[in-house]
Design a protein around this ligand. Structure first.
Ligand SMILES: CC(C)(COP(=O)(O)OP(=O)(O)OC[C@H]1O[C@@H](n2cnc3c(N)ncnc32)[C@H](O)[C@@H]1OP(=O)(O)O)[C@@H](O)C(=O)NCCC(=O)NCCS
Length: 196
């Protein structure tokens, strides 16, 4: 378990899987998948989970549930894939509860995962891909000190229009650590109860 300021990262257990059918069929899916809308059934989710457990990705990836500090499961974040040889990790995140977007929860979770990748897994680089329509992620990358390293032109189709896929990377050199990043960004525990 990784303890944060607005969220804690915990095993992605039943609390999260019970919410997943809603999450993959609401607006967060469009953003998380870079433009997909089609409905996903519970049977498909179950099959995909079983396949994932058997796949190599399960051996090299790490997924955490994002739990607010008051105990609400709001999404998942982690390492989709990593290379022990190159010491690089490909990150991904989805907050499935739109009411929690824009409140710093995702950035707190990202800081925890980056810190975990560098300090625990000894990675030297992390990266993350998103579509050029995703202003929240672009702002989040800026806040956490990722550099825009590559632009794949017209790589994603969202609502009938082509968008670029942006690849952001952050090197371990110069990473000040979770606590220093929280202080620099001014992240604080929520004063009010979390949104309904
Ligand atoms: C991406 C995601 C994890 C980020 O988490 P989050 O909690 O929303 O992020 P934060 O609040 O820490 O940061 C988002 C920033 O974008 C800003 N923002 C929000 N809406 C915005 C918009 N429409 N345009 C520009 N900036 C926007 C926020 O104000 C915030 O910046 P600030 O701290 O300077 O105010 C979350 O929004 C999410 O899961 N979205 C849906 C799925 C998704 O996009 N996944 C990522 C796929 S690569």
């Amino acid at each position: 378990m990784l303890y944060g300021t607005l969220v804690n990262l915990v095993p992605y257990d039943e609390r999260f899987r019970a919410r997943e059918h809603d999450w993959v069929n609401n607006e967060s899916r469009f953003w998380g998948s870079m433009g997909e809308h089609f409905i996903i059934s519970k049977a498909t989710l179950k099959r995909e989970y079983e396949e994932w457990c058997r796949s190599e990705r399960h051996e090299t990836g790490v997924i955490f549930g994002i739990l607010t500090t008051d105990g609400t499961p709001i999404g998942g974040i982690g390492i989709n894939w990593l290379s022990e040889h190159h010491r690089v990790a490909d990150l991904g995140a989805v907050i499935g509860e739109p009411a929690y977007w824009g409140g710093g929860y995702g950035t707190d979770a990202l800081l925890l995962v980056v810190d975990y990748a560098f300090d625990w897994l000894d990675m030297r680089k992390v990266w993350l891909g998103t579509m050029s329509l995703n202003a929240r992620v672009m702002r989040q990358m800026e806040k956490v000190g990722f550099a825009l390293e590559a632009r794949q032109r017209r790589a994603t189709l969202a609502d009938g229009r082509w968008h670029d896929e942006l690849m952001y990377g952050r090197l371990r050199d110069g990473w000040p650590g979770y606590a220093a990043m929280v202080a620099a960004l001014g992240l604080r525990p929520p004063a009010q109860p979390a949104p309904e």
